[in-house]
Structures are given as C-alpha cells and as structure tokens.
Design a protein around this ligand. Structure first.
Ligand SMILES: O=C(O)CCC(=O)C(=O)O
Ligand SMILES: [Fe+2]
Length: 371
C-alpha cells in the first residue's frame, strides 16, 4: 500500500485519520484477496410500500428484509419509496443541463479547488477514490446539506465536516443556469426525507427503538452529487473477474451511513461479491439503490456490510447518476450500537466523530490536502 501522509493544513483527530488509512488498506486487501463471507450473484429488491403503514408489524417486516440485505450483500434496491417519477426524471435532466449548458468558465468559477469541503464542480480525473490507481473518467457537481434544502428547515445547528464551519456550497448563478437551485432543492428535499424514513427502518432492523436515530439527524450530513460518465471509447461487456482499464469511478466503499443512488437507464455500477466476482447493479424500473457505507459498518460492529463497488460505463452513451451520502449530524461522536455488542462480540471500533471521519476519507481522494 502507498503510505499517505497526514494532511498538515487541516487538524485531524488521530482516531478518524487512522480509521481512514485502515479503510484504504482494507480496500486493497478486498481487491486482491477473496473474503470468507458467502458469495452473492444478485441484489435484493425491497418494496417499501408497507414501511409507510401505520402497523408496526408491517414496518417490522420491511425492516427484517433490510437486515437480511445489509448482513449479506450490503446493497439493495428500493421500490415503492414514494419519490414521484417526475421528480427523479427532473433531476436527471438537470444533471444533463449542468454538464451541457453551463459554460466552461462558469464551471471553473465554482471549481471544487476553491472549497475546503469538496463542493462545486469537479472535472474528470481530478480526484480518485482508489489511491490514483486509475484515471477516473467521471465529472461531477457536489453539494451538501443546507437548511434551505431541508423540508423540515432543520434545527438551525448545521455544521460542516470539521464540526465547526457553516454550510459552504458553491452554486452556479441563477443567470447562468436558470432553475437549477430550485430543481436540486426539489429532489434533495424528497431524498433527504426518504433517508430519514430509512434510518427509522434501519433502527428497527437493528432491534433498536424506531426513533433511536431521530435526534442524530436534526441537521444531518448529506453530500450529494450529479455525476456524468462519458461514453465508453471501447464499449465491452462486464467480465466478472477482470479489472477494467476504462474506469468511470474506481473501486471503493462509501464513507457515511448509507447512500441513496438514483441512476439513469444506463448500467455501469458494479459491486464486488466476497468471492471477487463483479456483479452488475443495473437500473431497476422506478428503483433507487441503497448501500451501507463505512461509518454504519463501524457503528454496527461490522454486522452491516459496506461493499466495494465501482462504475464502468460499458455503453456508447453518457451515463448520469445522483448519489446522496447520508450521515448523522456531523458533530456527533458515537460508539458501537448497543444491540451490536455482546460478551462474545465486543466492540471492534473506538468512538468516532461523523464529519471528521468523512473529511479524513475525502482528503485521501485528492493529491494534496488542499488540492
Ligand atoms: O454512479 C454510480 O452508479 C455510483 C456512484 C458511487 O458509487 C459514488 O459516488 O460513491
Ligand atoms: Fe460509491
């Protein structure tokens, strides 16, 4: 593994930096050695309709499916999630407009290098989730939570990844891209509320009170991105065991609690089974992909799996996707969940602060801490 020096300009606490470096090592080991966990060849589809029922038994039944998916695969699709189709189609169109209508100089004006928290426009090959082992073809626009995007208005206490600063998004101007902020707000409001709903189901799925996580997501972390993958220069089908040269987004695990991913109709997302076969997570009609990320993996003492995945566009069309990386309030420090610790399975992980951990992970994706 290539050693990565701590980033001098930003204070990092030892626990989160150590955890971030360990995650990099874990990734390399997963890519080079098979895991002993049972292999899988498909990704479960969970219909959320009954999770909105007033009957706790209905909600428990959905939670049980979530438990199965998170302990075995770490990924699942949700249908019946309640986000209207036109809202999903609308934000995917907006993603297209961002990359095709916004002038290059307007993109440069909101370049991510001007921001300490990875917000704004990110050109192709600028960052790497896998230690720059491949040049990533994706380009992106990144933003994070702000109370104006939260349908509840939040509790007014939002702090950034460092646990201190106020929200710091970089938006294109209304003149340069009319209707952009409003369109983003529409989708983000829906997906943020869906994430809060899912966290209640996660609580049930972990034998915790349904409202266990509620006080921890009053001003939650929620980085989201519009991602564009250019068409493949040499389209070719997925070969399950082989590494691929034309990588859209390198192999990685996500950092936060869980991710909600909207993808267009072009497949490209691939996830790594424990026996190191790559499995396609092709789009499902009306479905959103959910995956457990590393912070929740740690919080559940490793019981919920954070599964390695990557994106390779194997088509001659461009592909768009829009993930929301949902975190608890960035200023919260948590210990392993009580329902995931027993005498025989003591906590494997020390307490950790939500935002700091994500920031240390993000700092490892660029060549220097401050670009
Ligand atoms: O574009 C996709 O399908 C997945 C994106 C992803 O894994 C990520 O941004 O972390
Ligand atoms: Fe990811």
């Amino acid at each position: 593994m290539v050693a990565v020096a701590p980033i001098p300009h930003q204070h990092s606490d030892k626990t989160s930096l150590k955890a971030a470096l360990e995650a990099q090592e874990y990734l390399q080991s997963r890519l080079t050695t098979q895991s002993e966990a049972p292999a899988f060849r498909s990704i479960p589809i969970i219909d959320l309709t009954k999770s909105f029922s007033s009957s706790i038994a209905d909600r428990q039944a959905v939670a049980q499916e979530i438990n199965e998916a998170c302990t075995k695969v770490g990924f699942f699709y949700i249908t019946g999630h309640g986000i209207p189709k036109e809202v999903c189609d609308g934000v995917l169109k907006l993603a297209h407009r961002f990359f095709h209508e916004l002038a290059q100089e307007s993109k440069e004006a909101i370049h991510m290098k001007q921001n300490d928290y990875f917000r704004g426009y990110e050109p192709a090959a600028f960052s790497s989730v896998n230690n720059f082992t491949s040049k990533e073809t994706k380009e992106a626009f990144n933003w994070g939570y702000e109370s104006g995007l939260d349908p509840t208005g939040g509790d007014g206490k939002y702090v950034e990844l460092d646990g201190k600063s106020e929200a710091v998004n970089l938006w294109p101007s209304e003149k340069d891209l009319p209707g952009f902020y409003q369109g983003i707000a529409k989708y983000y409001g829906h997906v943020l509320q869906l994430a809060r709903h899912l966290f209640r189901l996660f609580a049930l799925s972990l034998a915790l009170p349904e409202d266990y996580f509620d006080p921890l997501m009053t001003h939650p972390g929620g980085i989201a991105r519009l991602i564009r993958y250019p068409p493949a220069t040499n389209p070719k089908p997925l070969s399950e065991l082989n590494e691929d040269e034309e990588i859209g987004l390198g192999a990685h695990t996500d950092y936060e609690c869980f991710t909600l991913l909207l993808q267009d109709s072009n497949q490209g997302l691939e996830i790594l089974s424990p026996d190191n076969h790559w499995i396609s997570a092709a789009p499902v009609d009306g479905g959103i992909v959910v995956n457990v990320a590393d912070f929740l993996m740690r919080w559940t003492n490793g019981i919920y799996k954070s599964t390695v995945h990557r994106v390779v566009n194997r088509t001659d069309r461009e592909r768009y996707s829009i993930p929301l990386f949902f975190s608890i309030n960035y200023d919260e420090t948590v210990e392993t969940l009580p329902s995931c610790v027993t005498e025989g399975n003591p906590s494997k992980f020390p307490p950790i602060t939500a935002g700091r951990y994500v920031l240390d992970r993000l700092n490892l994706t660029v060549k220097t801490g401050k670009y």
